[in-house]
Design a binder for this molecule. Sequence first.
Ligand SMILES: *Cc1c(COP(=O)(O)O)cnc(C)c1O
Length: 463
Amino acid sequence: MSLTNTPPTAELQALDAAHHMHPFTANGALGQKGARIITRAQGVRLTDSNGEELIDGMAGLWCVNIGYGRAELAEAAARQMRELPYYNTFFQTSHVPALTLAAKLAELAPDDLNHVFFAGSGSEANDTNIRMVRQYWALKGQAQRGTIIARRNGYHGSTMGGGSLGGMAAMHAQGGMPIPGIVHIDQPYWWGEGGDMTPEEFGLARARALEEKILEIGPETVAAFIAEPVQGAGGVIIPPDSYWPEVQRIVDKYGILLIADEVITGFGRLGQWFGSQSYGIRPHIMTIAKGLSSGYQPIGGSIVCDEVAQTIAQDEFNHGYTYSGHPVAAAVALENLRILDEESIVTRVRDEAAPYLANAWATLTDHPLVGEAVSRGLMASLALTPDKSSRAAFAAGPGRAGYVCREYCFANGLVMRHVGDRMIIAPPLVISTSDIDELIRRARNALDQTLEHLHRDGAMVAA
Ligand SMILES: *Cc1c(COP(=O)(O)O)cnc(C)c1O
């Protein structure tokens, strides 16, 4: 649909408000305001129904790794739809796109992560993981090992399983989560929770919270620990360097399974194919989705190590999805992986884009509103604060300043998301250095306007 054929924005907004229930949205309030309607995208840029151009600092929802507008993926989808638009992988059948993608993922994934169970999304893949790790221990004759340890403010999706693994208080407050058998420990968020400790001390302390929890509930009851290498939806929280080595030591010591939720960190975001490689950790299972297809098709999965896959294979695993390994999604994912690989996009993140972003992003720390500005690979965040020296929160409560800043970002042609009062970005991996410069310019303007706004409202007050 070309822009000239698009009905006026107000008409689209009215239809949207009348019939479309948005995820993670107060739909009543949105209906009053009217949704922003995105009509087209190319590279790292979006166009809305008013013809305004925006830099997409979030790659959609952390997924459009290769950028928008790659016709090769459209062609891969069309080709596959003509040849075999759908078939399932139940009942001892397979098809070429699913098996080829599984083999390709086994080749890309480190160590003996050689087996793939497909899902339609990251949430579904984490639901699979819950059942798979419990079934693994049952087949090992240790059915009492059912508890999964996860983290507060982690994000693992929005299904009952995924939302329960996640540690989002606002989600747990609705609809009966977490489900039984999932417990949470604190996150390695130094800026917000580190107190007087150095980041390294704090990273160790928060890793040891895992050991304390294991000992509290009994090592013989623990199935697995799940975590994101870098927390995404929690606010791009980059753990201190001391954190992951200590977690790995603890996981090894007690022989529990490690699930790395790579839904954001997979497929190049941290400058390696997987975030686990970037942190030197050795998971038994990796959750994947988002960048697997660059969001061009919905697809997720679990990449599983030999030991777990071979154990699961001993019996029928009574689990699967109609769209597990969907042929069109798999064909598109394969084309996406080909582009990531052949265009050396992952190495370019490591060698060029990530170091460039790290420098440019760090320049924002001189802004009066910014407490810290941190990045890892092409994930970055900054903490808004009324008082840098004490790392203070705002008296008005979390999320107000962040919301104001996000609105100014939109007005300046930049999609930057807020999580409470952290501003976060995760742009397409193909972002050029000049677009990084432009992104930073727009962010700085938005920060200036936010500061002015907060002063005007008398809101630059520490809690
Ligand atoms: C987005 C996300 C999920 C959930 O994926 P969906 O495709 O939205 O179900 C799970 N884990 C992490 C780390 C995510 O960022």
